[in-house]
Every structure is written in structure tokens, then in C-alpha cells.
Design a protein around this ligand. Structure first.
Ligand SMILES: C[S@@+](CC[C@H](N)C(=O)[O-])C[C@H]1O[C@@H](n2cnc3c(N)ncnc32)[C@H](O)[C@@H]1O
Length: 278
């Protein structure tokens, strides 16, 4: 009898606990049901809801590719982090990347729902990269320059009126050999918030070199109509030609960060078209 009384008292004490547990399970089930029905329910305006809805198929593809590949991007973590920081604050944004590589899926994934476009010199390499990552968007660019012409092209810039910062145009600019005049209209018609210059190749005399990419990025930044600056990232700044062209067109005064072999410039729109590049 005493034992029976003791057990019934124990059971009474457990009731509130059971009620709390049932309430929690019921509440959680309801929450999951609501989430399943409508991920953008108005009361779910916190970070959890937004991160849940922002995972893109490109990001999932990137996770799979990098998890199963031994080939990693050429830029270091420190260098990548500079661009990542800007993408994190601006994305979804317009991101133009010179060069397709093992890092392409990463760049596109770090700009979910944004516009990321790659400009690549080598059509065969475009085919190879897009075979594994068909969701990437890339245009082929037939450059008109060679690295061995870098010094001569700097003289050409000074003597050719159509290269002048006062004119500052790319589309249809056939006379200025530094102007990328062969791009798709999409490139000219988009205001690029970030421009990454990690191509074309510039490590042997016959390679196109980055002279035209640097000059053209500076022109795009100058011509910006939107508010804010254009973020330009230049890789391989340990090389003479990259340094010389960056100092002439991207300007030391616009350099905001140097990390490893990467320089980050913030270039404001040219308030006055009569001003020089730097
Ligand atoms: C200096 S690489 C930049 C590569 C990129 N940042 C990366 O991490 O992979 C620039 C150019 O090299 C060429 N390239 C890069 N990887 C290549 C590969 N595995 N095979 C052939 N060409 C390649 C492409 O033309 C590309 O635009």
C-alpha cells in the first residue's frame, strides 16, 4: 500500500515534465510544418530563414566539386578573403572576372543571385571548365595584345587620342589597342561593382598580358553612373607589367589593401572626364 502511494505521487510529479516535453515536441512539429509550407513566412525574417532560402544549386555544385577535387584555386586564403569580404557586403552584385580557372565556381557561389561573368582568352579552356560546371557564364575574348608589347603599348597610350581618359570608351574603340573593343554588349551595358583581374596569362612573351584588362577595368570604373565605387582586384602584382599598368591606370591613391600578390583598389567614378586616370 505504501509502495503504491509512493508510485502514484512519483507519477503526479512527472506530469508537469511530460506536459512541458509534449508542448516542446508539438511546438517544434508546428514550426517545421510551417517552415515546410512557407520558408518566407513573415515571422521568419531572421538570418536562419534567409540562409535557408539563399542556398543556390551553384553553391551545392561548388561544395561537391571542391569536396571531391585535389585541385584548389591558385589564390591563397588571405587573398581570396579580401574579395570575399567585399562580396559578403555587396552580394547579390555585378561581378566581372577576367579568367576562368579552378576558382570560378567559388567566385560565382560567393555571389548568390548576383551576376557573375567570366572573360576567358582560351576557347578550349572555356569548354573544359564549362563541361564540369555548366551553370557558369563565360565569354571568350580574343585579345589584341602580347606581353612583349607592354612597354610599347604604354607609349601608344600616350600618343593615341582614343586612349585618352578624356574620351574613356571601349565599345567601338578600334584605335586604342588597350581598349577591349571586342566584348559582348552585356559587358558594356552592365555596371560592374567588382572586377577581378586574374587573367589573361602574362608569364611568357607571346601571352596576351593584362595590360588591356587593366586599362579597360579603369575605363569601366571611371564611367560608372551608379553611386559608390568600383572594386578592382588585381592578382600577380609581383610582376613588373602588372605593377606598371596598375600604377598608371588603377592608381596608388585608390589602393585600399595589399594582401600577398593581390591589390584591391576602390575606384570612384570620374567626376570630371577631363581629369587624368590618376
Ligand atoms: C593565372 S590563371 C588564373 C587561374 C585561376 N585564378 C585559378 O585559380 O585557377 C589565368 C589563365 O590561365 C589559364 N588556365 C588556368 N588554369 C588552366 C589549366 N588548368 N589549363 C589550361 N589553362 C589554364 C586560363 O586561360 C586562365 O584564364
Amino acid at each position: 500500500m505504501q509502495k503504491a502511494n509512493h508510485q502514484s505521487k512519483k507519477a503526479e510529479r512527472r506530469w508537469p515534465l511530460r506536459l512541458v516535453a509534449m508542448g516542446l515536441i508539438g511546438g517544434a512539429s508546428l514550426l517545421f510544418l510551417l517552415l515546410g509550407k512557407n520558408a518566407s513566412a513573415p515571422f521568419l525574417c531572421g538570418a536562419w530563414a534567409s540562409s535557408r532560402s539563399s542556398a543556390t544549386s551553384l553553391q551545392l555544385e561548388a561544395v561537391l566539386q571542391y569536396a571531391t577535387s585535389t585541385v584548389v584555386p591558385q589564390q591563397s586564403l588571405g587573398e581570396i578573403s579580401v574579395t570575399f569580404g567585399v562580396l559578403r557586403s555587396l552580394s547579390p552584385t555585378n561581378f566581372l572576372v577576367f579568367g576562368l580557372g579552378r576558382d570560378s565556381l567559388m567566385w560565382a557561389s560567393l555571389n548568390p543571385h548576383g551576376r557573375t561573368l567570366f572573360l576567358e582568352e582560351d576557347p578550349k579552356w572555356v569548354h573544359t571548365v564549362l563541361k564540369d560546371a555548366p551553370a557558369l557564364r563565360a565569354h571568350t575574348v580574343p585579345y589584341r595584345t602580347q606581353l612583349s608589347q607592354a612597354d610599347e603599348l604604354m607609349h601608344h597610350f600616350r600618343s593615341e587620342p582614343d586612349c585618352s581618359p578624356h574620351k574613356s570608351f571601349l565599345r567601338g574603340n578600334d584605335k586604342c589597342r588597350l581598349a577591349l573593343n571586342m566584348l559582348d554588349n552585356e559587358v558594356y551595358d552592365t555596371e560592374w561593382d567588382l572586377i577581378m583581374i586574374d587573367a589573361p596569362r602574362g608569364y611568357f612573351p607571346e601571352a596576351p598580358g593584362r595590360m588591356a584588362a587593366i586599362y579597360s577595368a579603369a575605363v569601366m570604373a571611371r564611367n560608372r553612373k551608379r553611386t559608390g565605387v568600383t572594386h578592382v582586384f588585381l592578382h600577380d602584382v609581383d610582376r613588373r607589367v602588372e605593377q606598371m599598368y596598375a600604377e598608371a591606370f588603377l592608381c596608388k591613391k585608390h589602393l585600399v589593401k595589399a594582401e600577398g600578390r593581390l591589390w584591391h583598389f576602390e575606384i570612384p567614378p570620374a567626376a570630371n572626364m577631363n581629369s587624368d586616370f590618376c
